[in-house]
Design a protein around this ligand. Structure first.
Ligand code: NAG
Length: 255
């Protein structure tokens, strides 16, 4: 397993090992000699992941595992997600001139967007322990991932507006029925299409795979009003949507 196969499967194309660690965290000093705590460092690490300044990290810095674990189980994480979802709703109410002709569309990623993988990553030191892809897929196959409640609320709101919901995930085809099971079990239903990776697109990056999907959708006449994802590879690349929304995820990076 490991890096090469992970990359081959297009799940986690990890290139460079983490190097921010030349911050001498044991000295608790920044490069400018500023006195900082481990918490300062880990908070800043997380913020810079979300800002997309830190990219391609293979694992969460070990010293931040506890902090990241606390964060993804905290009220703060929920509030961060809720505010992102609130902004989607504001945007829908104020800036979307829906045609309601069955071609208004919205794209969601699945993992850590609609469903939470936190219960899985708990056993992987919240991202500080190197991922085992086989174990992750075995876990996904059990269809036990909980819903992210704020995303479910947006999902239902979009449905009530007559927007077509399209799920685009880098999960592989063999997980299709488990994925459907899991989504339905926790309250998601009524999406128009569920797009997973197959052998035809396993070799391209996730960003390219997802933008190619959008190109096809646009060719089919869809107007993609928004994308919600927890990874930049879900929301970057062309063609895009009118707006994109990023949910927090400091546990892993998908290129
Ligand atoms: C990865 O997980 C699989 C399935 O749980 C297990 O059989 C395998 O030994 C694990 N590999 C490593 C390197 O831990």
């Amino acid at each position: 397993m490991g890096q090469t196969l992970g990359c081959y499967l297009g799940f986690f194309c990890l290139v460079v090992p983490l190097t921010v660690a030349d911050w001498n965290i044991l000295n608790q000093k920044s490069h400018n000699g500023l006195k900082i705590s481990l918490k300062n460092y880990c908070k800043s690490w997380r913020l810079n992941v979300e800002l997309h300044n830190i990219r391609d990290f293979e694992v969460v810095p070990e010293e931040c595992s506890e902090y990241i674990g606390k964060y993804v189980r905290s009220t703060q994480y929920q509030v961060d997600s809720e505010i992102a979802i609130e902004e989607c709703l504001v945007y829908l109410s104020t800036s979307c001139n829906l045609k309601k002709d069955g071609r208004d569309a919205w794209i969601f990623d699945i993992d850590d967007t609609l469903l939470s993988t936190v219960p899985f990553y708990k056993n992987y030191q919240y991202g500080a322990k190197r991922l085992n892809l086989t174990a992750l897929e075995e876990w996904m196959d059990k269809a036990k991932a909980p819903a992210l409640d704020h995303s479910l609320r947006l999902f239902n709101d979009l449905k009530s507006r007559g927007i077509q919901i399209i799920l685009v995930s880098s999960r592989r085809e063999h997980l299709r029925s488990a994925t459907i099971d899991n989504l339905v079990k926790v309250g998601y239903h009524g999406w128009s299409s569920l797009i997973l990776r197959d052998s035809a697109n396993e070799f391209v990056s996730v960003e390219k795979y997802k933008s190619d999907v959008r190109r096809e959708l646009i060719k089919d006449g869809y107007r993609i009003w928004g994308i919600v994802g927890d990874q930049y590879s879900s929301i970057e690349g062309l063609p895009s949507a009118k707006r994109v929304f990023k949910l927090p995820n400091p546990m892993y990076y998908v290129a």
